[in-house]
Ligand binder design. Structure first.
Ligand code: PLP
Length: 380
């Protein structure tokens, strides 16, 4: 099998599987962290240790980390929670049309509830137009929502420029950053980055599904989304799962160690594929300076889904559009917002890599692609 669909989800690390298996069989690690007895204390300590490990990887404080079920929940909580709690700070949100649906759908709902949502256009490189951004920010701007690395194209957000513009126009406005595709691939230092809210997903970093994180900077107030027993300082009720917390921490520690080496090996794969695919008349949709972990490419003469299923016959797995929305829409709204015509977009396939992919796999991919091309040219 060649798995080039790591932006959709990743294979859990053997270490994560082992941790879960051993933990679930253990006699004393299954307690409720909220219980006052010894079993509860063991569970609570394990849970807090995981939080501390995560905070260390992100250079933030343990109290700024909250566990959720997924990044979608983190995005919902951050964006809705901030706007509900801070009504007097403004009712305007600024974002782009290339955000993940976890953000876009929340913005739509807030707009229907009376917020003003301004969408900044993006260029062919997927980056927001900074002049437009500067003109859009005013005294009513409460929140800016952006994605660090786009899940369909790998386009990297010019975060520092955005923060400078935001601070020059309205220092009070806060930034929500979707870090789902950047974590473990780009450095993330939450105490220095200049964002107040951020979301992360365990299943994109070789942990398991059902495992998300929300960062809320100390001092920033948001309304909780899930009410109940008041766990996680009332910010996200529901019995805490030390096991999920530790799985996330373990996967994060692994993802953030040797990040430069992993980046270099994935870049080699990406560079090789770009060169070989262009020779075969494919069009690269990802910008030149995209994160190498994502390569969006349009194969002339092959609709996305046809190519996906041809590759699947060789047990090579890729995506059309993004896995979350690929069953409901034909054209990618992200590519559309980047000004890419529908003919190219209809043929676009996303290859997405992890640090565990190899150059041998990349070479085999090209070999199989040639076989597919040869088969189809015989049929024409
Ligand atoms: N944000 C981005 C950029 C994503 O790629 C995804 C998942 O594809 C999400 C958010 C949602 O993550 P989750 O599956 O954890 O809800």
């Amino acid at each position: 099998m060649i798995y080039f669909d790591n932006s959709a989800t990743t294979k859990p690390l053997p270490e994560v599987a082992k941790l879960m298996y051993e933990d679930m069989l253990s006699e004393d690690s299954w307690g409720n962290p909220g219980s006052l007895h010894e079993l509860g204390t063991i569970a609570y300590k394990s849970y807090i240790n995981a939080k501390e490990d995560i905070a260390k990887c992100f250079s933030c404080r343990e109290q700024e980390i909250y566990f959720t079920s997924c990044a979608t929940e983190s995005a919902n909580t951050a964006i809705t929670g901030y706007m509900r709690r801070n009504k007097r700070l403004g009712r305007t949100i600024i974002s782009t049309k290339t955000e993940h649906k976890a953000t876009l759908e929340v913005l739509e709902r807030l707009a229907s509830e009376g917020c003003t949502v301004k969408y900044i256009s993006v260029g062919r490189d997927g980056k927001p137009n900074l002049d437009e951004l500067s003109n859009a920010i005013d005294g009513d701007t409460a929140l800016l929502c952006f994605t660090h690395v786009n899940n369909e194209t790998g386009s990297i957000l010019p975060l520092n420029e955005i923060i400078d513009i935001k601070n020059s126009k309205n220092r009070q406005a806060v930034i929500y950053l979707d870090c789902v595709q950047s974590v473990g691939k780009l450095p993330i230092n939450l105490s220095k980055m200049g964002v107040e809210l951020a979301s992360f997903s365990g299943h994109k970093i070789h942990s398991i599904k059902g495992n998300g994180v929300l960062y809320v900077k100390n001092g920033v107030k948001i309304d909780p989304f899930i009410l109940g027993g008041g766990q996680q300082n009332g910010m996200r009720s529901g019995t805490e799962s030390p096991l999920l917390a530790r799985s996330f921490a373990l996967a994060l520690q692994d993802a953030t160690s040797n990040m430069d080496d992993h980046y270099a090996s994935v870049k080699e794969i990406n560079d090789y594929l770009r060169t070989e695919l262009v020779k075969r008349k494919a069009i690269i949709m990802s910008p030149d300076d995209a994160l190498p972990y994502v390569l969006n490419v349009s194969f002339d003469g092959f609709e996305s889904e046809t190519m996906l299923h041809c590759l699947e016959r060789y047990k090579i797995y890729v995506s059309t559009i993004s896995a979350c929305s690929s069953k409901s829409k034909k054209y990618s709204y992200v590519l559309e917002a980047m000004g890419i015509d529908r003919k190219q977009s209809a043929n676009a396939v996303r290859l997405s890599f992890s640090r565990f992919n190899t150059m041998d796999e990349a070479r085999e991919f090209v070999e199989k692609l040639d076989e597919i091309y040869a088969l189809f040219s015989l049929r024409k």
